[in-house]
Design a protein around this ligand. Structure first.
Ligand code: ADP
Length: 495
């Protein structure tokens, strides 16, 4: 029984052990599976961790890019505002004053200076500085003087230099940082087309700021703007100086001319006074000569032989011519000196003309010259002194008669022109050479032609006419071609 029990116990133990082994095997298998799952999970976790790190890195980079973009935009805005101010400044020193610390800060820098090359001194001279002490500037000036070739090369190569493009290890970078007392910097050339070139230096000590190539571009643009502004200022200065010189010259010439004019006026007044005095003195004896000649000619003192009559006749005619000349001279000098004033009244030109034609009718007939006038019925009234305008017509038509050969024509036309009445006296006579057309209005000028050699004249008629017309506020001129007639035109104010 005990044996059976032992056997049963043994079998049960074996079964139990067997079962345990089977369970163990199963458990082991499960543990293996779990371990694999854990390994997989670990792998996934690692991968996720990597991805998270990547995301963080990308986010940081994006933030940095965003920051740089913000900085660039702020810099561009600052540059735009500064460009606007700088481009409207036309004085060199004022240009440098417009670069204020605020602008610089917006560009991300707190120190700046501008040097311009001075050809005469053969060195760079400081034109503007921001963020430096006096003592520091002295040191910088010395350093720039010592290394001037580096900076001249930079200008010559027209290229900016910065701590963003020069590797950290470069000696030059170290040198510039030390000389200008900054950590990061940009140096851009200033290259105006005219005048001295220079350097624009900006720098920062700020450790949080790292320079990019974009900063270099911005400062290069800034340097160009300064160059452009300097060029404009220099051009403006040049133009202004030229204008100033011109103005001074004009002023000087005007003064000279004014003095010359005053002298001419004095001389002219003296001449007028002289002519006036002489004419007066001549008139009295002339009147007696003519008076006595007339008395003798009239036989009031008894009969005179024919020979004497002929001589007396000549004396009479010559005295008439002389009286005429003296009267014309006196009138010219009186008008010139303002002693004769025009009595201006509305005049109908046709009436004045009719009385002149009446006077010259016989001569016109004698010389077989056809006269016609083309003044409309509703003739324009002029504001004029009737007696003086009468003399104008007598002189102009008298001349036309004198210089037009028989069977010629004299025509008078009138028209309204620019608020004035223009009257044209045209003839078909010998005309006036172009070079004499101004001179004929001067006193005693006569064209040297065949008619003038035969016909007597004083050369005073047209001068008197000109004085009369100008005293009316009008003007007179001639258009003529030699040998093809002449047209004397004058304009008078409308009534
Ligand atoms: P004068 O007739 O006494 O010589 P004027 O002063 O009237 O003096 O004229 C000056 C000169 O102008 C004349 O000598 C003449 O040469 C020229 N002249 C004037 N009118 C005419 C004309 N209608 N045709 C040609 N020449 C003229």
């Amino acid at each position: 029984m005990a044996e059976v029990l032992i056997n049963i116990l043994g079998i049960a133990t074996i079964i139990t052990i067997f079962s345990l082994v089977i369970v163990m095997v199963f458990k082991m298998d499960r543990i293996k599976q779990l371990e694999m799952t854990i390994a997989n999970l670990q792998k996934s976790l690692d991968e996720m961790d990597e991805q998270a790190k990547l995301i963080v890195r990308t986010d940081m980079e994006l933030n940095k890019i965003q920051e740089e973009l913000d900085k660039k935009i702020t810099g561009l805005y600052a540059l735009q505002r500064l460009s606007r101010t700088i481009s409207t400044t036309l004085e060199e020193n004022q240009i440098f004053k417009t670069i204020e610390p605020d602008y610089l800060e917006e560009l991300g820098f707190e120190k700046a200076c501008i040097f311009l090359w001075d050809d005469i001194a053969g060195k760079f001279s400081l034109k503007m500085d921001i963020g430096y002490f006096e003592e520091e500037l002295k040191v910088i000036q010395e350093a720039v003087d010592g290394d001037k070739n580096i900076y001249l090369d930079l200008i010559h190569n027209e290229r900016a230099m910065s701590s963003a493009t020069l590797p950290k290890s470069t000696m030059l970078r170290e040198k510039i940082s030390q000389e200008f007392k900054v950590r990061d910097f940009v140096i851009a050339p200033i290259i105006p087309k005219e005048g001295n070139k220079g350097l624009f230096f900006v720098g920062t000590l700020n450790l949080d700021i790292s320079l990019t190539e974009g900063d270099e571009e911005l400062i290069t643009i800034f340097g160009n703007q300064i160059g452009q502004a300097l060029e404009n200022a220099r051009l403006f200065e040049k133009t202004w100086r030229a204008q100033q010189e011109l103005e001074n010259k004009v002023e000087e010439r005007t003064r000279d001319l004014q003095m010359a004019l005053n002298e001419v006026k004095i001389i002219s007044r003296r001449k007028t006074d002289f002519i006036s005095a002489v004419s007066h003195e001549l008139r009295t004896p002339l009147t007696s000569i003519k008076g006595y000649a007339s008395i003798l000619l009239a036989g009031k003192l008894g009969d005179i032989p024919e020979e004497v009559r002929l001589r007396l006749d000549k004396i009479n005619r010559h005295s008439d011519e002389l009286t005429h000349l003296v009267n014309d001279l006196l009138d010219i000098s009186r008008i010139e000196s303002g002693k004769i004033t025009m009595k201006l009244e509305p005049q109908d030109i046709r009436n004045t003309l009719a009385s002149v034609i009446d006077l010259l009718g016989v001569q016109l007939k004698e010389r077989q010259i056809e006269f016609s006038s083309n003044i409309p019925d509703n003739a324009f009234m002029v504001l004029a002194d009737a007696t003086q305008i009468n003399r104008v017509f007598i002189n102009l038509i008298g001349n036309a008669l004198k210089f037009t050969p028989p069977n010629g024509k004299i025509i008078v036309n009138s028209r309204k022109n620019d608020g004035q009445i223009q009257i044209d006296v045209t003839d078909t006579g010998c005309g006036i050479p172009e070079e004499a057309q101004d001179a004929i209005f001067e006193e005693f000028y006569r064209v040297d032609n065949l008619i003038n050699q035969q016909v007597k004249g004083t050369g005073l008629g047209l001068s008197l006419v000109k004085h009369i017309i100008e005293a009316h506020g009008g003007r007179i001129w001639v258009t003529s071609k030699f040998n093809s007639g002449a047209t004397f035109s004058f304009a008078l104010p409308c009534a």
